[in-house]
Design a protein around this ligand. Sequence first.
Ligand SMILES: Nc1ncnc2c1ncn2[C@@H]1O[C@H](COP(=O)(O)OP(=O)(O)OP(=O)(O)O)[C@@H](O)[C@H]1O
Length: 262
Amino acid sequence: MSREKRIGDVVLDLQHISLAFGGVKALTDISFNVREHEIRAIIGPNGAGKSSMLNVINGVYTPQQGSIEFQGASFSKMNPRRAAEMGIARTFQNLALFKGMSVLDNIMTGRNLRMKSGILAQAFRLGPAEREETAHREVVENIIDFLEIQAFRKTPVGRLPYGLQKRVDLGRALAMEPRMLLLDEPMAGMNVEEKQDMCRFILDVNDEFGTTIVLIEHDMGVVMDISDRVVVLDYGKKIGDGEPDHVRNNEDVIRAYLGVSH
Ligand SMILES: Nc1ncnc2c1ncn2[C@@H]1O[C@H](COP(=O)(O)OP(=O)(O)OP(=O)(O)O)[C@@H](O)[C@H]1O
């Protein structure tokens, strides 16, 4: 089946979002939507408002104006816990991993929200807690296989090269079995080979699990290759929105990127 046919209805709809920090307008009247199974990119020069937009989607920031609709439910504000419960997971620009803990344990932290038994029962591995732990372990082991990091299961994350740490961070987010995955510069700081690997994993997550993906990326080439649609921000305003070819030829977008090394 072609990509076009798999893409479904709108799952996330942002309308007239404005966000300011004191006098700094981070986002001004931004509207766009995300369709089910889509890979949707948010691009723009430094300080354009990309991270702020992601933080609005998962409820870290509350916009002063605008509305958010996720799977038909409308919010004037989200909060991170509710976003996670509704199936929105994210990775971070600066990795949010426990460097001294193993790959396996780090990915296991992504299961927290789904664990029913209390922390004490888990600690002592009592009855149902033990069965639950086994089930969660199975999900995590599958993710480790999927991301091809079996060889590092027991390695403390801090000892891995940066590209692999980013992959573990993706694994932690996948462990939530999210409907929507927000990726904040998943390829930043990577070499060419690591970028290619990460692109492949993003496409595989999208294809095999059907996960909807919203990603921020600086590397225009990467974005144009893997995205279904792209939103372009500049100085907190939306200056372009559409399929990669359409956006690439948009004069405002070309102007915003001229002289900027990306
Ligand atoms: N917590 C905050 N407090 C004050 N100002 C902020 C905060 N977060 C972001 N801003 C400001 O909002 C604007 C947009 O920043 P944001 O980080 O969203 O841009 P970005 O496109 O993600 O940039 P980059 O590509 O550099 O990460 C900037 O002017 C920034 O300084």
